[in-house]
Design a protein around this ligand. Sequence first.
Ligand code: NAD
Length: 503
Amino acid sequence: MATTGAKTYRNYIGGEWVEAASGESFETRNPATGETLGVFPLSSTEDMDRAVEAAKAAFEEWRLVPAPKRGELLFRVAQMFAERKDELTEQMVREMGKVRAEAAGDVQEAIDMTFYMAAEGRRMFGHTTPSELPDKFMMSTRNPVGVVGAITPWNFPIAIPSWKIAPALVCGNTVVFKPAEDTPLLAGLFVEIFEEAGLPPGVLNIVHGAGETVGEHLVKHPDVPLISFTGSREVGAQVQTNAGPYLKNVHLELGGKNAIIVMDDADVDLAVDGILWSAFGTSGQRCTAASRVIANRTVYDALCSRLVERAEGMRLGDGLDDATDVGPVINQAALEKIHSYTGIGKDEGAKLLTGGEVATENGLDRGFFYRPTVFADVEPGMRIAQEEIFGPTTALIRASGVDEAIRIANGVKYGLSSSIFTRDVNKAFKAMRDLKTGITYINAGTTGAEVHLPFGGTKDTGNGHREAGQAALDFYTEWKSIYVDYSGKLQRAQIDNVEQPAP
Ligand code: NAD
């Protein structure tokens, strides 16, 4: 794990690539091999102050750039993401660990989102509505808010920044971006593309470093009225608390404990495909990962045996090898947390069907690999059925009928994604109505969102806002209602147009 020769990277503040004021640094590593990929500034609150100052100054001009022009810039960015897709994909496999096809999907999501939001530059519709008074015109418009603090996790290192930064910019805000410590290289490449596309200095800034220092400082900074945060429930709650005294607008996208329901009438082979993709794709490190499978009693045994057989056939390895099905998890702490849940599951009396161990053969010990893990005989209240594990572990729970299955699916504190496999349209519609999640899939796994529908969850998964689609614009703008009176006289709403009672 020699660091010699690893390239040194910088923050991007006010249009300049600059070192941290402290001169301190941290490294990013390949989770499959341990190779050091780069050295990044371990920034301090001083660096964050500079970035916010630059973003605040840039806002005064950026907000006046016509929205279609802001959109044109995003079209260029989207095009450049597309041109550099292979490079970004390969870097993602190396820095984050997901396999090549999934990394390419992550980049594609950023391309789609940036094109989508670019086009909003020519929409961003407001409303007009008739006045109750004569010779009076009324409309509402979307207005930018100011500096957005964008704080992101490592698991979708290109897609998630695009979910926040593309809508923030097209709406006329400026941004200070604090990426996850595990994927600074990709975050830097992301920002570099905006710079090359011609974004004016200060409109997008990046400050690398620790969440507890620069992240928290961004959240508490009085000149940052909007905070868009994606990460764990625990840190999200801290963000909400820290932003509270400043009355900021805070958008939280947090964890999940997503369930796939398999009904007696389901296509079991299709369900197994959906479960494998949702539970073990990205090594289970997706907020939408299926870490619970709620199976009806008549399909339960068949599902167990097919899942075990398929899970055991999955090849672990470096995502750059096209034969790999499951890449590494992000770091040593994640590996230990995932393994600790195997112990918790066993202690709770669940039956470990397969996996449950760190994989070390054929050089896997250089990285952080965990075998796809399936627990059976899981009771809905067990910790492995309640807590987010964020690894390749799934728990099989028995249910009788759609009502019980939905009740179990809803019986967790999170509410991000859910899915049901059934051929019965009545059960499907019941699930669409009653599953208390922000996203529900019918006859597909729990992952696979597209950028033009809202993305987010209910309950502890968030605080009611949504990313993506038109819904994203609601967070990055504030409504302004405008009344134009061209009657030439004072007209008082609710008074002058109401018949007064006779004296
Ligand atoms: P995390 O909460 O540890 O970190 C997220 C970000 O917050 C990082 O950039 C980190 O540096 C920063 N941070 C840490 N402490 C902070 C503080 N006190 N103040 C401000 N910022 C701080 O999460 P993670 O491990 O990077 O990501 C995994 C989590 O993210 C999982 O819970 C997953 O479900 C969730 N996630 C949710 C979604 C969604 O859209 N709902 C998407 C992806 C990931």
